[in-house]
Ligand binder design. Structure first.
Ligand SMILES: [Cu+2]
Length: 177
């Protein structure tokens, strides 16, 4: 059975519209899945994404924050320090496993280097920001303001969601802080 060119075209365009519909749906789904705020310094190519912090630990008014830092720039970058208007101090920490299997945290005094064209992941069990002396205990669903100080880029201010467990898609396991 022959179909007219017009009908063929109509079928094609319906197909095309259907494809666009699928593509749009996928895009919206991707946006919903990746409901992450990204903070970027356009000039230097440094961007911060996937940031989250744990609810405050015990009575200590301390917590840890994690994020992904992308350096799309041509210069090596270093995260040298961080502060929060809501806490006394923020330290750059590295969790390591000692020979006897005990987890240990120590301050990364040289900062966290992010070479040009690389991505640094702060994640449970590895590098993290240690926030101490919080003004008030952070609860799940809250927010924490942080200022990240980069050697070249300067400060980037971010607002980190507080979550009880590692968000899906952050690539972080939940076993350690
Ligand atoms: Cu720590």
């Amino acid at each position: 059975m022959k179909i007219s060119p017009e009908e063929a075209m109509a079928r094609l365009s319906r197909l095309h519209l259907a494809e666009i519909g699928v593509a749009l749906t996928l895009t919206v789904a991707a946006l919903l899945f990746a409901a992450w705020t990204v903070w970027a310094a356009e000039a230097s190519g440094v961007a911060v994404a996937d940031a989250w912090a744990r609810p405050a630990f015990g009575h200590g008014r301390a917590t840890a924050a994690y994020m992904t830092i992308v350096n799309k720039g041509e210069e090596d970058e270093v995260l040298v320090a961080a502060q929060s208007p809501e806490a006394k101090s923020v330290e750059l920490h590295q969790t390591t496993m000692k020979a006897d299997g005990v987890m240990q945290m120590r301050e990364a005094r040289g900062g966290f280097p992010i070479a040009a064209d690389t991505t640094l992941k702060l994640a449970p069990g590895g590098m993290h920001l240690m926030i101490m002396g919080l003004d008030k205990a952070l609860a799940d669903g809250g927010q924490l303001k942080l200022t990240l100080e980069f050697a070249n880029t300067g400060p980037i201010e971010i607002v980190v969601p507080v979550r009880a467990s590692a968000p899906e898609g952050s690539g972080a396991d939940q076993s350690h802080h």
